[in-house]
Design a protein around this ligand. Structure first.
Ligand SMILES: *Cc1c(COP(=O)(O)O)cnc(C)c1O
Length: 378
């Protein structure tokens, strides 16, 4: 059996006809950049998040950059975020001219450890960027309390958490603003690059609108030095159609995670992610930890049996060449560093079949039993 890491064809097959006729309509209208479809998607996605404003932009990295810029964050400022995020989080902060200040990870959830945030705050700190890593909401209660105490802006990096909720509240609606990515492989993905900033703050939304289209709200009006980070009509049209299916797709991801957990529990040396309250985790990625230095061997074993896996991410931000200059040494964030050597992302997408999950789990079991058959479980 072959189990791909992600199967976008399977995901798109049932809506392909609808999408193709939508794309044809957009081609006929020539509304390629911004326009009615973008406006319609912005309204639908803001409503989905339970917020007043959404500004469609070119990608998720720009979304975070523009949200930070709208809050006037720049050179001399510090922005606190997690050490183990996708590098784009730190890039967006760095591109404003601010300095990312990193914090280690909670060993249970993979998300930023709230008990270590205050140690990272200085008089230069302006914002906290919690990342809802792998699709699980970061500990927003604690983060918001810290932000209030220190008068900081909170901007959620929700690129992996479309539709995730805590106590019924959706990702993107906890902070002052949030950034989303609609990269094709994300839980809500476009047919190319796309992103959005969401917020309840009308002035901030307007500032993002200025910044993302050459600094003004009307053509040839340039109030600030902006950039070009606009959303395409075609991407917005695709996203509006896919948004209607997002909750169902997330439910299926969650079901798949529950099935993985059932079959994978009790394997020595393998730690499965906790599946918390309904939809607090939308499993953009299903990440296990492989202890005792066995990760590479297990990954190879899975590969040899037709199962594709990934590592998200091989190095924490401070150990990438790009962010070496932040000055953190190896050992600065022990949990993030340890996990970078243990994490393994298993195939996860809504259309993953039960037989595929069972096969992946069986293949992992056969590996775990291999060296010591007497440890085999019933
Ligand atoms: C994907 C991702 C981004 C960047 O989004 P792009 O659309 O690829 O620019 C930022 N942060 C996190 C956590 C992501 O997963």
């Amino acid at each position: 059996m072959k189990v791909p890491f992600l199967d976008l064809n399977a995901h798109h097959a049932p809506l392909k006809d609808e999408v193709m006729s939508e794309i044809e309509a957009i081609v006929d209208s020539s509304a390629f950049v911004m326009g009615q479809r973008v406006k319609a998607f912005e309204e639908a996605f803001a409503a989905y998040c339970g917020l007043d404003h959404c500004v469609g932009v070119a990608n998720g990295t720009d979304a975070l950059y523009l949200a930070l810029k709208a809050y006037d964050i720049g050179p001399g400022d510090e922005v606190v975020t997690a050490a183990n995020t996708f590098v784009a989080t730190a890039e967006a902060i760095a591109h404003t001219g601010a300095t990312p200040t990193l914090v280690d990870v909670d060993p249970q959830t993979f998300n930023i450890d709230p008990s270590q945030i205050e140690d990272a705050i200085s008089e230069r700190t302006k914002a906290i960027v919690p990342v809802h890593l792998y699709g699980q909401i970061a500990p927003m209660d604690e983060i918001q309390a810290i932000a209030e105490r220190h008068d900081l802006v909170v901007i959620e990096d929700a690129a992996q958490a479309h539709g995730a909720t805590r106590n019924g509240q959706r990702a993107g609606s906890f902070g002052h603003a949030a950034s989303f990515s609609f990269y094709p492989g994300k839980n809500l993905g476009a047919f190319g690059d796309a992103g959005a900033v969401v917020t309840d703050n009308g002035a901030i939304a307007q500032q993002v609108r200025r910044l993302h289209d050459h600094g003004g709200l009307a053509k040839y009006e340039h109030d600030v030095v902006g950039c070009n980070s606009r959303l395409d009509g075609i991407q917005a049209g695709v996203l509006s159609l896919k948004l209607k299916r997002l909750d169902e797709a997330n439910r299926r991801r969650r079901r798949n995670a529950e099935r993985y957990q059932e079959i994978l529990s009790g394997i020595p040396g393998l730690v499965t992610p906790e599946v918390p309250e309904p939809m607090a985790h939308v499993f953009h990625l299903y990440v296990v930890r492989v202890e005792n230095g066995q990760r590479e061997a297990l990954q190879r074993h899975l590969h040899d049996h037709g199962v594709a896996t990934g590592i998200h991410y091989p190095a924490p931000v401070h150990l990438t060449n790009a962010f070496h200059s932040l000055g953190y040494r190896k050992g600065a964030f022990p949990v993030a560093e340890q996990y970078a050597g243990e994490i393994l992302s298993l195939p996860m997408y809504p259309e993953l079949a039960d037989e595929q999950i069972d096969y992946v789990a069986q293949t992992i079991r056969s590996f775990a039993k291999a060296p010591e058959p007497e440890r085999a479980r019933p």
